[in-house]
Design a protein. Sequence first.
Length: 296
Amino acid sequence: MLPEYPTLGGSGARTGPGTMVPSSVKRFGNRLRGAARCMDRINTENRPGGLGMVLPGSRMIIGMIAPPPLRNSTSCSPARLRSVDLVGPEGRLEAVLNEGAPNAPFAAVVCHPHPKGGGMLHNKVVYRTMKVLNDPAWGFGLPVLRFNFRGTGLSQGRHDGKLEAGDVLAAMDWLENEYNLPMVVAGFSFGAAMALKACCPPAHSDPAVKALVALGLPTAAEGRTYTYRFLADCTTPKLFLSGDHDQYAPATQLAHIVDSVPQPKRLLLIGGADHFFTGQLNQMQQALGGWLKEQL
């Protein structure tokens, strides 16, 4: 137990890996220009019987969840979902955009876990993260872009394990050209590592990024450890949100990494949750929503 970091109550089971390999990368090109090819389609993720939602705006307390009043919102209707083709370093990247409120002050991108472990843009943790950022019932209503890394789904190229940070930058470029808004960049597992690498290159942080969210950031996997030394100069507000039973990020290791990075930062551990927040996705959403309300 780490008394200096809050642990949020719950229980969960363990599941499969979501590993990563960090490496220095350069920002992918200049801000990409030109319109992307977009196609409207039915938002099947919002159909009844899907992943569902928890009470929006709940306040996290150690060991319990207390629901305060919902934030005011102009609409609680599902956002339209668009298919988008991004121009990545290795070619086309498959993506989907959940459109936000017309007056949204930020745009967001969410990155999926390791494709060799089955990670893709429809991953449950990625989807639930998108819901917090996009659904007006949570009080944000942001446009949210999800994409498949190179070699995943319909995205072109081959998996590399290091250069996928360039795919994150391509997604950010598209968002900037489409909305010209400051960004929230989030990722889960491998996606968290690539998001951090894209937004926190050595010696500076990206001023367009107003908040970084690292869900289930791995520190040890397949006999390797990851220290994220490139975060030493990252002054962007950062949330590290994991389970205290994450088999790929022991709490003591993750706490050591968080201690080594500059403020502003926060580490939240969900009690009993594993790497994939199995049985604890509601608690994950509540913790994420609470932190975002402080930042945005």
